[in-house]
Design a protein around this ligand. Structure first.
Ligand code: BDP
Length: 668
């Protein structure tokens, strides 16, 4: 008997080892065989069924009741009522989830599981819990549109994607005769189910499947029919599908001679196309458009305005309830020579009020381009009548890509400190998802996907709460000797990145094109100045920084008070934005009493020192808390060494370069 037990034990332990996590399960954790009973008298509904199944697989309470009460008007929200119930010697939770529709139930189910897995209502952890609290929580999402923007190309590559190729493997979707019907490979299907679960667990309810630099091919019947198959998989999880379009699609596909939005044939083509799309995908969300920006076609090619272009498309999708998300990320075309950070407001302010009611203006959080730190984009103040979406970048284009541990929630919270989410109808995030086994490249980059979804649902959650939630669910360990220091790493990592890359308001001093390493001396005569780092830092013998004050380009003039004055005056301008708004002498006295030059050296050194602390903690102390996650520990361990080397390179390159102007000694 003993022999068999030992054998069984060996088999079980080896199973445990071979089931080591590679990060592919995200924060969704392992499933437990469970005795939880789900009581529901719901109609036959795919979404409600998923809610039931998720609870059965993942909730360790006694029973849970699912109820629909339309009169409560909870929208996509829910109420959770959970209380401890005595059962013999055991205490087990009972819960009721009430919602106005099935998707509310699903979101409520994920929240209940999250509360359990983050120990929000238990003291002690693991199986033997010590229940005490009653939970009565009603949640509704802050904004209606919580959307991932995939910058994925049809050939499988991803613009600014650092985790392998696109997860949307179009070649694995095979269409039937005449483009109808069709099948999808099992691996793609399974991957999309995990993707959908992960998004639904956060409340993400939309997905733009392709790059804003869009291929006209996306509008062909072939792709629309393939999109239908993806939409069918995502729908039960409450996720609507949207597409980016190339504004010149009808012309590029050979149907029209122009893409002029006022041309009748062009208008008809889009109307017919919308009809075809909605006949195929009845709940299709709408189009995302990058027009007349960085070489993309647009209404400007025909001397028409962005409003002309957006309205033409808006009319086409209007009968079906579709929306147009029109991006304000434009520079160059109509405003040559103007400070780039002013151009979105210059272009769109006069158009406010001229858009159809199903057009939404989508703008990046900062006025330049997803830098590690920017002041908020004043377009959010200047546009008053047109609904707006904030576009955040989850993929770390300018923040170390998938090599640096940079937790972005503090940056997004900073933005929401300036732009009240009440003013927004949606929050979009440029996805960092690829086909790497762990989805996002760096194990910690998953935390940014997680944080995006949680903040889009509820921007008042703190960055700390979200880091904690992600960490304990992902690594299944609540030991404070692990969680506290790792949360500290996450929470300070964005500031560390700002410090070792571009402190005190410096910006865009990245290596040309790939935006990874430093290139403060970057200048290529044949490129637009706006692509050259020297245009942004303007270092000279006197000092460094871009004068955007009222004496300079007057970018401060686009801000309302109190910011306008605050930023305009070098004495009151917050130091983190100093070189963004002012050209500052090297000897300028900072608040610390140091000169600008000393402070710059100090910040760069501090950035490096912080990464050193992360690397040392992780290497010496984190592993013991990551049983079953050794592979992820190892991966992060090696990446932290890369990050440290990169941080040093940033510091050395930038300080040596700026020293050629300041002529002062570099402080170590
Ligand atoms: C920049 C990226 C570029 C994108 C562009 C955009 O470098 O690849 O196409 O933004 O947002 O950040 O359209």
């Amino acid at each position: 008997m003993k022999k068999y037990l030992i054998l069984l034990f060996t088999v079980l332990t080896s199973l445990h080892v071979s089931a080591q996590s590679d990060g592919s399960q995200l924060w969704l954790g392992k499933q437990y065989a469970n005795s939880c009973q789900v009581i529901s008298q719901l109609p036959d509904d795919a979404t409600a069924k998923i809610a039931k199944q998720e609870l059965e697989n993942n909730w360790r309470g006694k029973n849970v009741e699912l109820k629909i009460d339309k009169a409560l008007n909870l929208g996509e929200g829910y109420n959770i009522y959970a209380r401890p119930a005595q059962q013999g010697d055991n205490i087990q939770y009972e819960a009721t989830i009430t919602a106005s529709n099935p998707i509310g139930l699903l979101y409520g189910a994920y929240e209940l599981i999250r509360l359990q897995n983050t120990d929000a209502y238990n003291t002690g952890s693991g199986k033997q819990q010590n229940f005490s609290k009653t939970i009565d929580e009603t949640e509704k999402p802050q904004v209606g549109l919580r959307i991932l923007n995939h910058w994925d190309n049809l050939d499988g590559s991803i613009e600014r994607g650092y985790a392998g190729k696109s997860i949307f493997k179009w070649e694995e979707i095979k269409l039937g005769k005449n483009g109808k019907g069709g099948s999808i490979s099992k691996s793609l299907h399974d991957r999309l189910i995990t993707y959908a679960r992960a998004n639904a667990s956060l409340g993400i309810n939309g997905s733009v499947l392709n790059n804003v630099n869009a291929s006209p091919k996306m509008m062909t019947a072939e792709y629309i029919n393939k999109v239908k198959i993806i939409a069918n998989i995502l729908r039960p999880y409450g996720i609507r599908v949207y597409l980016s379009i190339n504004f010149a699609s009808p012309m590029a596909l050979g149907y029209t001679k122009t893409a002029d939005p006022l041309d009748k044939k062009v208008q008809q083509w889009w109307k017919k196309k919308a009809k075809e799309i909605y006949a195929t995908i009845p709940d299709f969300g709408g189009f995302l458009v990058k027009a007349n920006s960085e070489g993309q076609p647009g209404p400007g090619d025909y001397h028409r305005t962005h409003a002309d272009g957006a309205n033409m498309l808006a009319d086409a999708v209007k009968p079906y309830g579709g929306i147009i998300m029109w991006r304000s990320f434009v520079y160059g075309a109509n405003h040559k020579g103007e400070d780039r950070v002013k151009q979105a407001v210059s272009e769109f302010k006069g158009m406010d009020g001229k858009f159809r009611d199903n057009v939404i203006l989508q703008s990046k959080n900062g006025p330049l381009d997803f830098q590690p730190r920017e002041p908020y984009a004043p377009i959010f103040d200047n546009i008053k009548q047109t609904p707006q979406i904030a576009e955040l970048q989850i993929t770390q284009e300018y923040l170390g890509q998938s090599k640096h541990l940079t937790y972005l929630a503090p940056m997004w919270k900073e933005f929401f400190g300036f732009v009240n989410p009440d003013r927004l109808v949606g929050i979009s995030g440029v996805a960092n998802i690829g086909d790497d086994a762990n989805w996002c490249g760096h194990p910690f980059s998953q935390a940014n996907w997680y944080a995006f979804g949680r903040l889009a649902w509820n921007p008042s959650l703190t960055a700390e709460e979200i880091a904690h939630e992600w960490l304990v669910q992902t690594y299944e360990n609540q030991d404070e000797r692990f969680t506290k220091p790792v949360e500290m790493m996450m929470m300070t990592s964005r500031e560390a990145c700002v410090n070792y890359m571009m402190p005190l308001g410096l910006h865009h001093i990245f290596k040309f094109d790939h935006h990874y390493g430093p290139e403060p001396d970057g200048f290529i005569a044949s490129y637009p100045l706006e692509w050259c780092p020297v245009y942004y830092h303007k270092a000279d013998a006197q000092g460094v920084g871009f004068d955007r004050s009222s004496k300079g380009t007057d970018a401060v003039g686009q801000y309302p008070e109190p910011y306008r004055n605050l930023y305009d005056n070098i004495e009151t301008c917050p130091e983190e934005y100093l070189l963004w708004f002012h050209h500052v002498p090297w000897t300028y006295k900072m608040k610390s009493g140091s000169t600008l030059w000393q402070e710059l050296c100090m910040k760069y050194n501090m950035g490096v020192a912080m990464v050193e602390v992360y690397r040392d903690f992780w290497h010496t102390s984190a592993k013991q808390f990551m049983k079953g996650h050794e592979q992820e520990w190892q991966h992060t361990d090696s990446l932290l060494n890369v990050q440290l080397e990169n941080a040093k390179e940033w510091r050395n390159t930038c300080l040596k370069y700026f020293q050629t102007f300041s002529k002062m000694k570099i402080y170590e």
